[in-house]
Design a protein around this ligand. Structure first.
Ligand code: DC
Length: 218
């Protein structure tokens, strides 16, 4: 099989992380979570007291940072922030910096470079629409709001979060709204993406469906 670029987009809690990781492992591809880049930039902006709405300052900060993403770790300027970036505070900071066009330009450039040789599964919100509009395979994962909130509430990677499911659901809806309504690269399914509804489906079933799409397109 030729080295493919596989784009997996969708809202939080749709199962992108688990599915993208499993697909990359099966194919021996690199897995990149592009959201972790926005999270790392949000984390550093908060640490350095850079106002999240100061587009020029946050874009400069992003441009001057080294961000290393492996399937196990996220590092910014050599600091391991894998756990620190999965908190409600960073959920908000990441969504805020992801609204800034100049920050997106910096991070999209890096994401494209990571995909230059193919053999990559990249997950995010705009991978099939903006980052790799010519991706070989585009999958858009979705699930009902209730199911997405349940998954997020049970995700051990997210720490320090609100306890009640209702609160998780409210925060998730707010953040989805930010992602879907922002002017630059809002979240939506590319015209040529295959939409997979993961509601009520186990990981193996979804991975098998996505692998079937990949076989068809490769
Ligand atoms: O997938 P995530 O929740 O870790 O993403 C963090 C934030 O970054 C979220 O608000 C959506 C945004 N994001 C984005 O705008 N574009 C991407 N390609 C990935 C994430």
């Amino acid at each position: 099989m030729r080295p493919l670029i596989i784009a997996i987009d969708g809202p939080s809690g749709a199962g992108k992380g688990t599915v993208a990781r499993a697909i990359a492992a099966q194919l021996g591809y690199r897995h990149v979570d592009s959201g972790a880049m926005y999270r790392a930039v949000g984390w550093k902006a908060l640490r350095d007291c850079v106002p999240l709405e100061d587009e020029a300052a946050v874009a400069t900060l992003a441009d001057e940072s080294t961000i290393d993403i492996t399937s196990a770790h996220v590092r910014i300027d050599g600091i391991d922030v894998t756990r620190e970036i999965r908190t409600p505070e960073i959920d908000r900071a990441a969504a805020a910096v992801a609204r800034l066009p100049r920050v997106r330009t910096v991070l999209v450039g890096r994401q494209r470079r990571l995909g230059i040789d193919g053999s990559i599964v990249m997950e995010g919100r705009d991978i099939g629409t903006v980052v790799f509009p010519h991706a070989d395979v585009k999958v858009y994962l979705d699930a009902s709001p209730d199911e997405r909130a349940r998954r997020r509430a049970n995700d051990p990677a997210h720490s320090g979060g609100p306890k009640g499911l209702a609160e998780v659901a409210t925060l998730l809806t707010e953040r989805d709204e930010l992602d879907r309504t922002r002017a630059t690269s809002p979240l939506y399914a590319a015209e040529d993406a295959v939409v997979v509804d993961t509601t009520g489906k186990g990981v193996e079933v979804v991975v098998a469906e996505v692998m079937a799409v990949i076989k068809l397109k490769s």
